[in-house]
Ligand binder design. Sequence first.
Ligand code: PAF
Length: 278
Amino acid sequence: MKLVRTKDELRTLRRSWIFKGEKVAVVPTMGALHAGHLSLVEAAKKGADRVIVTIFVNPKQFNNPDDLDKYPRTEEDDAAKLAPYDIDALYVPTPDQIYPDGFATNVSVSGLTEDLEGAHRPGHFDGVATVVSKLFLQSRADVAYFGQKDYQQMLIVTRLSKDLDIETEVVGCPTVREEDGLAMSSRNVRLSPEERAIAPAMKREMDRAAEAIRRGAEIRVVLDSAKQQIENAGYGAVEYLELRDAETLAPVTDLSRPTRLLAAAMLGDVRLIDNIAV
Ligand code: PAF
């Protein structure tokens, strides 16, 4: 595994691989790697000849400065976790490699970004779209692996890659969960033992709600009751719990097309999100 810090080094490596006709995958991350990220690395190893993992804690996508300060930075541990996967490059760019002096371009995807996470985290998806565009173009990967845990993000990066004719195909991979159903997230380490015990309530109530909706219960009533249950379990006010079209994220009133149930809520001072297919 080669540790790469500059885009020029990355380009040189990439060129040597293209020359041999090898397929290149990228797994963009912000570090603090857990089993969810490692499942993306595994998928990348199966799907391509060469695998680049990137670690960059992207300041532009943090709407809350406190969240940026508290975001875990664990490069050495991350490198150790990646070692058994025998990836080709770990790209950990210095900030100037992503945002050089005078950087003035913003990638903004309309529609998909405006609601749900977008409504609660102003500017977040512009930051994601901008950095992901740069990582796609710097790596010139043929394929990129993203977790469905960040479902809205996965749809947005798929859209931007198509819209900007970037030749990186986006592949979404299933959310990896703890045994009690909690979705793996780099933020979970910030939960106190009491909060960690409460945390699975969100997914549990989402599963119940999905089942009731499938059985024909009235969607609004089911969602209101599930929100209440999540709050009763010890979460703060639920920011959203919504049934949406799985492709466009438009609100839905029935199950005539594939749908996704998406939720976000604070648990103590940790913001957790999750989503499941209905
Ligand atoms: O999902 C993440 O970790 C980040 O949003 C990403 C895609 C690496 C962009 O910074």
